[in-house]
Design a binder for this molecule. Structure first.
Ligand code: SF4
Length: 399
């Protein structure tokens, strides 16, 4: 049986490299055109090529989303774009529109065609229908329980990709026009303003019935499905997808690393103990600033899977910095959140080991001045240490 793929998101080349280095078997990105995140994308074709070259060195692959639902004015240059992606070595394209999927297939490229979650594929007959069209992989809708996925897997013989972590829509993914209606920003053309997460008063006819001090949102908690990974592997799902192309470097490193070690432990031991699972969950959720839940995996989401009251997000200052380089027994750190003398700093890289250090002092990189409080975000400081800490390690708060 082939090993399950861990598929990570990246919003730019820097995040793509971190995702690969921290254990992603494949990374999905959106280009500047035809993607739901096209407005925020930094990926010109040259950047996609650089990403493919970097990923391939680590045995990893790049998937590119062509997942907008295009209007007439959006499709100019589509064919050239598809051929450009093939030319730079992209492994797969993720399409939401069947017209675009068929276009890629008709061009007979070397790229796999994956069907986006926006098609809300929730049953085996739909999967088979898409397989018959020549689609290589279907990304399931998020609205399936683990039991429903297992049943579906018994009946299909093409690659299936399942979401395991990240943001959820409170509507069926891709079938929401809340943002279009409230902001004229089209969620299906990359413009979702996340209107479901805003604060709302509740009305009964024209009477406000909500407490003015307690506004409501329609937001879902984020998905965290570590407890279901063993069953997804056993069901022979091909790929496990982490959502979040807009997420930070620290988030990508933390979540990818956490699932990487969880998956590897399940393969190595054939099982996962409760204590080990809890350890991996605590590592994965270190980067979260939003409440998490099991989405649809257990049951239909209920009150506990939603965030009805706003401001449930907690601001975390867990991410303290990133190691930019190592020079002998000194490391150069880019500061992100405040730390000071006496604080315990935890350094982690792709491996499971975490190095701990009680911070004493640093030298400011621009003045060489000795400082015991680092509180300037993005400032650079040198710290002396003999611990096994390397470039691209991240620093978080220790206990
Ligand atoms: S507004 Fe909310 S539910 Fe609608 S597409 Fe955006 S994130 Fe999803």
């Amino acid at each position: 049986m082939r090993k399950i793929e861990l598929l990570a998101p990246a919003g730019d080349l820097e995040r793509l490299k971190i995702a690969v280095m921290y254990g992603a078997d494949a990374v999905f990105i959106g280009g500047k055109r035809f993607s739901l995140r096209s407005r925020a994308s930094n990926f010109e074709i040259a950047d996609i090529k650089a990403g493919v070259d970097f990923a391939n060195k680590y045995g990893s692959e790049i998937h590119v989303t062509i997942n907008m639902l295009p209007h007439d004015g959006d499709i100019v240059g589509l064919e050239e774009y598809i051929l450009d992606l093939e030319a730079v070595g992209v492994k797969a394209v993720i399409c939401a529109s069947l017209f675009i999927a068929q276009k890629v297939l008709a061009l007979n490229t070397s790229m796999e065609v994956h069907l986006s979650t926006q098609q809300s594929t929730l049953n085996h007959l739909a999967v088979q229908f898409y397989a018959d069209l020549g689609i290589k992989r279907v990304v399931l809708g998020r609205e399936l329980s683990i039991g429903q996925i297992e049943n579906l897997m018994d009946k299909v013989d093409i690659d299936i990709e399942a979401f395991i972590h990240g943001g959820m829509c409170s509507n069926y993914s891709g079938r929401c026009t809340l943002s279009n209606f409230m902001t004229l920003r089209d969620a299906n053309r990359g413009g979702c303003a996340q209107s479901c997460r805003w604060s709302y008063e509740v009305f009964d006819k024209d009477q406000v019935i909500s407490d003015p001090e307690v506004l409501y949102s329609q937001s879902s908690k984020d998905l965290m499905s570590a407890a279901y990974i063993k069953r997804l592997i056993a069901a022979n799902v091909a790929s496990l997808k982490i959502e979040g192309r807009m997420k930070s470097l620290y988030y990508i490193a933390t979540v990818v690393r956490g699932y990487r070690h969880l998956i590897d432990e399940i393969y190595a031991k054939g099982e996962i103990s409760e204590a080990a699972l809890n350890y991996h969950i605590s590592e994965i959720t270190r980067a979260e600033n939003r409440p998490v839940a099991s989405g649809f995996y257990e049951n239909e989401p209920g009150v506990d899977e939603h965030i009805y009251r706003v401001h449930a997000e907690r601001v975390t200052h867990d991410f303290l910095g990133r190691v930019l380089e190592r020079d002998g027994n000194k490391i150069l750190i880019e500061v992100r959140n405040k730390f000071e003398k006496g604080d315990i700093l935890e350094f982690f890289g792709p491996s499971q080991k975490v190095e701990k250090l009680e911070f004493d002092y640093a030298l400011a990189a621009d003045s060489n001045e000795e400082i015991t409080i680092c509180n300037q975000p993005m400032s650079k400081v040198w710290i002396e240490t003999d611990l096994a800490i390397a470039e691209d390690f991240f620093i978080r708060k220790g206990d």
